[in-house]
Write a protein that binds this ligand. Structure first.
Ligand code: GAL
Length: 788
């Protein structure tokens, strides 16, 4: 360990875990001397809810994912070299759900109720060095449920770090970097650096900030005498390369602290140079270029991995969204894992970083955050802003989602207080609340002190925004909430439904839904307050003054199984299912939001002889599509005016369905779907073939079955057994079925509408790994992965 350097040690490995009964109040678990030898050994991040069985009576309810919460204890024993005895040592938790309490060597460090915030403790005064052991104990209490409107997960579900610095160092989240006067010629980079100095004698301390471009070339440098705890420096970067969605260019600032000329700390901040604007008439622009915010809302769970954060799983989600043409993420309704923001910086997503789903007033869940509001909201909000304010991707702070205060006088007062908290820390981003009551009686909007008016839903009112709120800027903070089960189709596809209830003759009545808890994947079902995908998108694209929207949701998530309840336990809202398989409507967005040629034909072609089937195509870059069944043309269709898809209705006959898209008579794309026979063979597809031996890397393997001619069998539900040979483990299995009560931590999974997923996680050893998938009566298949 270099004498000058700070160290950042990943502290995820080798913890002990005990799942305590809620009546087990043994307070020895926090004591350093407690013998935890019989506790389970595990590595973090860890979610102790996801590994349990679904349960109808789970206090979280099906809205919370129907998985148990409860109390979990974690302990870690470690030693520290004598060489760091004179240093400052901190432990940082990126997220613990929830009510964490932490002890080190029998000293109580503190409580943190908020399950989504990152926090750190100074453990220096309590540490032992050399051969003596240190014990850190963490109690996680997620017993009182429901406390969330969606699946929360439980435990130390994000990374933990051990940080060591010298006595003079850049403080925790200690830099704040903004840029101004941005032109082709130059940009002013303003850096505020917070220095923590616990030296007792005065010394000559200085701070040098070095700006590096993406290639590591120095593009700016400034040295200042450290005479105060905050140092302000302005640097000029010539010919700056701007951060954008298409080219997310990142710079680095290296903060070097020296004492009497000797380096004592080095701290790196990644930042980007960009400017953006919301305009009441022209909507949003990035670096001067008009840009619609084409966003999705996501919750934090990663499907079968639960809340346990994994950067590769998050990256996969973002890749799938990027391919769709999505350019923005709303971290609904809480601060995300910090690595998610790093990914958004790197991959080019705009982020609406959200703080709260409720304020001081009760909302929906008995044990929700409103109970912690009085003591914690200021600290939680400040920490989120300080942690996240250097990310170029973050462009909006949302201070609340559909809070009960929208209709109360306190709404304006709290909004004012929260706005002041943020503006004391960052003035470079607009503030918004997501309002499901966005009419002029809304007390938060009426207060007028926020920068954007946020609409949740109400797509029929969007066109009137300028009349309702003259001169105001907007963002559709949440939209759509359409419902779909991947691979399930209900005819006729042009009938529209509101589920679970609809209005008939002015009266609300329960809708007749499907007894097997399916929802058609033709974009034809939406929640009563919501719209189909097509309805909202048609509206949004019409008006320049609408800055953009965040669709509910990009990915299905655990919990909130609207329109159903138990045994459904995950959402139907996603454009992409819980396993990461796109539903058909994904391609509607891709055809509208990207310029790459799209022709998506559906449904599958396995029906009953003579049955009337609706065939849809989403397409772009073409002026017509012709459909053929067994070589016979069924006619040409063209999208008229606002259309987003074309359709043919025809009686089923087995064979080959083929669609050809053409532009001015020239073929652009051809798609074929064949009637499949009985399954004979399992087929595997891996998203990559190589992994790092870091214990974290993941490969996502899709399993399906094919008939004797290699045609995918679309509705297959065969049980697939996965077997791993070599140094890797099965981190989770899934199939995207919101009604499945099969465990996620298992070696087998039924296909659901033809697909299943196995997530393979590297261990820490290089070598070859073989994943084999077998199924009763079928030919097995295997795939080789290389770990290095
Ligand atoms: C919204 C809410 C989301 C989710 C969604 C489902 O009102 O903000 O969290 O519940 O409804 O449609």
């Amino acid at each position: 360990m270099a004498q000058h350097a700070r160290t950042l040690l990943n502290f995820n490995k080798e913890w002990k875990f005990y799942y305590a009964d809620t009546t087990d109040l043994n307070m020895e678990y926090n004591q350093a001397g407690f013998n935890d030898a019989h506790w389970r050994s595990l590595d973090l991040p860890h979610d102790y809810s996801i590994e349990q069985a679904f349960n109808k009576n789970a206090p979280a309810t099906a809205d919370g994912g129907a998985l148990p919460g409860g109390i979990g204890w974690y302990r870690k024993t470690f030693t520290l070299s004598q060489a760091v005895a004179h240093k400052q040592t901190y432990i940082e938790f990126e997220g613990v759900y929830r009510n964490s309490e932490v002890w080190i060597n029998d000293h109580y460090l503190g409580l943190r109720p908020n399950g989504f915030i990152s926090f750190q403790y100074d453990i220096t005064p309590y540490l032992k060095y050399g051969n003596e052991k240190n014990v850190i104990a963490v109690k996680v209490d997620n017993a009182k449920q429901p406390n969330s409107r969606w699946y929360s997960g439980s435990g130390i579900y994000r990374n933990v770090w051990l940080i060591t610095t010298n006595q003079v160092a850049v403080d925790h989240w200690g830099t704040y970097i903004t840029s101004s006067n941005i032109s082709d010629q130059s940009a002013t980079i303003s850096v505020n650096t917070h220095i923590k100095n616990i030296l007792h004698q005065p010394k000559a301390i200085s701070l040098t900030t070095i700006l590096l471009d993406a290639a590591g070339k120095v593009v700016g440098k400034k040295t200042s005498v450290v005479s105060d705890s905050i140092i302000h420096q302005d640097l000029i970067v010539n010919h700056p390369i701007l951060w954008s969605i298409e080219k997310p260019y990142l710079y680095k600032a290296i903060s070097q602290v020296t004492i009497d000329g000797k380096l004592t700390d080095e701290y790196t901040t990644t930042y980007g140079i960009r400017f953006f604007n919301f305009d009441a008439d022209k909507g949003f622009s990035l670096n001067g270029k008009p840009t619609k915010i084409l966003g999705v809302c996501n919750h934090h769970d990663l499907g079968s991995l639960g809340a346990a954060f994994n950067v590769h799983a998050a990256e996969r989600q973002l890749k799938i969204l990027k391919e769709m043409g999505c350019n923005a993420i709303r971290t609904s309704h809480n601060p995300p894992a910090p690595e998610l923001l790093d990914l958004c910086d790197k991959m080019g997503f705009i982020v609406m970083d959200e703080a709260f789903d409720m304020w001081a007033q009760f909302k929906a869940v008995q044990f929700g955050y409103y109970l912690n509001w009085p003591q914690w909201h200021k600290k939680d909000l400040e920490d989120q802003i300080i942690r996240d304010r250097n990310h170029p991707s973050v462009m909006i702070w949302s201070i609340g989602n559909e809070v009960s205060e929208q209709t109360r006088e306190s709404g304006g007062m709290i909004a004012k207080e929260l706005a002041a908290i943020i503006r004391a820390l960052d003035t470079t981003r607009p503030l918004v609340t997501a309002n499901d009551a966005p009419d002029t009686s809304n007390k938060i909007i009426k207060y007028g002190g926020l920068d954007l008016v946020g609409y949740n839903y109400h797509h029929k009112d969007w066109s009137k925004f300028q009349q309702r709120y003259p001169g105001k800027k907007n963002i559709i903070t949440e939209s759509v909430s359409a419902l779909e089960t991947r691979g399930y189709y209900q005819m006729p596809s042009d009938s529209l439904y509101y589920w679970p209830d609809e209005t008939k003759n002015g009266k609300k009545v329960n809708a007749t839904m499907n007894s097997d808890h399916t929802v058609s994947a033709y974009d034809q079902v939406r929640a009563p307050w919501a719209s189909t995908h097509e309805e909202s998108w048609k509206e949004l694209k019409k008006y320049d003054f609408l800055s953009g929207m965040f669709i509910w949701t990009g990915f299905d998530y655990l919990g909130e199984p609207t329109p159903y309840g138990w045994p459904s336990r995950s959402s139907y809202f996603g454009i992409i299912d819980l396993a990461g398989f796109p539903k058909d409507v994904y391609y509607m967005y891709q055809s509208e939001w990207t310029s790459k040629p799209v022709l998506h034909l559906f449904p599958h072609w396995n029906w009953n002889q003579g049955q009337l089937v609706d065939v849809w195509a989403y397409y772009n870059n073409a002026d017509e599509v012709e459909l053929f069944l067994n070589g016979k043309s069924l006619g040409i269709r063209k999208k008229n005016r606002e259309d987003l898809h074309v359709m043919w209705r025809l009686p089923f006959e087995p064979g080959t369905l083929k669609a050809v898209s053409r532009l001015k008579g020239k073929t652009v794309l051809i798609r074929e779907i064949k009637t499949a026979g009985k399954p004979v063979k399992v087929q595997l597809l891996a998203d990559k073939k190589q992994m790092k031996a870091d214990g974290v890397d993941l490969v996502f393997i899709t399993a399906k079955v094919v008939d004797g001619h290699g045609n995918t069998v679309p509705q297959a539900d065969n049980l697939i057994h996965f077997k791993i040979n070599g140094e890797a483990l099965l981190a989770g299995v899934d199939n995207g079925n919101p009604v499945s009560l099969e465990p996620f931590k298992a070696n087998d999974r039924k296909l659901f509408n033809g697909l299943a997923l196995a997530i393979i996680q590297a261990k820490q050893k290089a070598g070859k790994v073989t994943v084999t998938a077998s199924s009763n009566g079928l030919t097995s298949s295997s795939i080789e992965l290389e770990i290095h």
